[in-house]
Ligand binder design. Sequence first.
Ligand SMILES: [Zn+2]
Length: 446
Amino acid sequence: MALSIAGLLGSIVAPAARLRAQSDTTQTTATLFRNVKVFDGRSERLGPSTSVLVVGNRIAKIGTDIAPPARATVIDGGGRTLMPGLIDAHWHAMLVRPTPAEALAWDVGYANLVAGEEATATLMRGFTTVRDVGGPVFGLKRAIDDGVVAGPRIYPSGAMITITSGHGDFRQPFELPRTMGSAQTRMEQIGGSMVADSPDEVRLRAREQLMLGASQIKLTAGGGVASPHSPLDVTTFTEPELHAAVEAAENWGTYVTVHAYTPASIQRAIRAGVKCIEHGHLMDEATARMIGERGVWLSIQPFPEEGANAFPPGSEERAKFAEVVAGMDVAYRMARKYRLKTAWGTDVLFSPAMARRQGELLVKLQKWYTPAEALVMATSTNAELLAMSGKRNPYPGKLGVVEEGALADLLLVDGNPLDNLRLVANPAKNFLVIMKDGTVYKNLIR
Ligand SMILES: [Zn+2]
């Protein structure tokens, strides 16, 4: 009996990959982009006018003399720019539209439908991939991969793992004390974040997220802005706790990334084997040097000053936000100085209005980088970070580049973003074609 139930469950939870494989073999599509100048995701300049042929979900050929295969869609680029789809390295697909209270209170089905609509909007802003660093995103990811709803590729972390009172612990004081084996809180039931207070608990929670399909594991190693019980200065997990997660992730061929602003929390995480730091806005010179020497990634975001408006005037959260923003300029300068492997992301939370400005948050990099450097970061560099998921990479293949054999995530841009980065801030107008995985989701050319 037990065996047959296991067999039945096996067929119910058919991997999304199987469904994708079926659709790939039954309908191989082809698209030929003619007369385009390519930004390949790496170079500072556009290439000469050329053609790019997409067959199935990959870029098959790039060159001037490509004849379109039978039944291929031909798109005349009119000399415009063809570039890789944008990648946001720090996103929370399930937490963009609700308020914190709604994220806990909403019916899970409703929350997923709202997140699905936001995922489609995200794709329509030209973001063909997001790295999701916390939230119950596995169902949404599967629905997107299976073609149920249009949205970006998602590299899911699943629930953030936090300590009691840490960033991501949204419990009320009356919910304490927690006793071992007690019922889960709402936040844990929905898979938003998980509280773990020992190496064993961390190991358990990390392994659960891996079982659910996490491509990387996210812990919160220090205090945060939007969390009610964690001052910015605190260092949360102990080194053995962090190491337990690192070991669990590495046993699965992937890595741990941590939320950390301060030198103490960053340095402890690196000592524990963590491979990527989210934020890092308050790091000092010694910490930047350590990040560089250990080859750790810095996944930092250019937070807009008006982000403070999300928090009531005079509130603790607002003060914490101001402190982070104040550190940002120094942090970016050190990232440049020590040539840190730097990823770009937005970390839009609880604000559909800010999500509409996702591309504008890439333009903000111009304070420290050239347009070409910013675009390389949001394409090929971010893709290098995604590839750190190793065997847990849900989308094996090259992302963030336009080259033969790469996965076909492409934008046709009306103008040259290497000259005018502001083009990415108005995707509705300037992104004429949006393709993900070889499928055209938007085409204003025909
Ligand atoms: Zn975040």
